[in-house]
Write a protein that binds this ligand. Sequence first.
Ligand code: A3P
Length: 291
Amino acid sequence: MPEPMLPGIPATASRFEPRPSDVFLASFPKSGTTWLKALAFATLNRVAHPRCSPDHPLRHRNPHECVDFLEMVFAGCADGDDDVFAELPSPRVLATHLPYPLLPTRIAAEGNPGKIVYVCRDPKDAFVSTWLFLLKSMAAMANGAHTAEYKIEEAFELFCDGRSGAGPQWRHVAGYWEASRRWPTKVLFLKYEEMLHDPVGNVRKLADFMGCPFSIEEEAARVVQDIAELCSIDALKNMEVNKSGSQKYFKNEAFFRKGVARDWSNHMTPAMAERLDKIVEEALQGTGLTF
Ligand code: A3P
């Protein structure tokens, strides 16, 4: 984990009070977190925030400002602070990049309050997306000053070694995959590529799992399609807030690039792809999870 996040892990474990209606969105970085935040937020809050309203929060705020990362917020709190999320009305939707074994025990496993939705992505695309994101962020932070180029070969060695944010990727996905197999009503496991293929079907699945299925009337009014459209990369990318706004560390536009599957083939050599596939295949052997 990035060093500034470390204090957030014990702080989340000791101070966060989960509720039965909580929804936790979990992911390895650059695997579709922003998209999942937008979809879950829009779906869960569709009565308070009708999807076509010009005041819809997603039209004025980046998805990361609508749904906080638990460990990041707690990492920024002083030692004596209480549960900073206690004031949020139910149902709350919160996110995490924490690997499954680092989730507070009060959240993980069946019988504990809340549900978990995990999104996973082909590790090659997650790797390329991470590398390009860091490249862009480093250039932005340098503010025009020259920085040594962060070469893909260098980033790739670290990734294969498991030395990436919340890494190794394959262990991250395996942890949540196993939890979803064990407790299917507690953990929903989504795949980014399947979401691209069928966004509407996946929004329905998400709503059913979160306990707020779409009614016959909502289906007839095409609410599901509208939510999928509101949260599509083209729609979000073109909102003013995502073109010009910024977060604590990153510009909002950095969270939206191509949003497609298999872009890795434009950046990685076949040998790199084969090597990463082999590492992941070996690590996931026997789990039933494939990419
Ligand atoms: P690419 O860099 O491959 O384009 P995260 O949200 O976990 O940081 O992941 C970022 C990746 O998700 C980026 O992938 C980004 O373009 C893509 N993405 C962001 N919003 C999306 C959306 N609404 N639909 C599909 N993909 C999206």
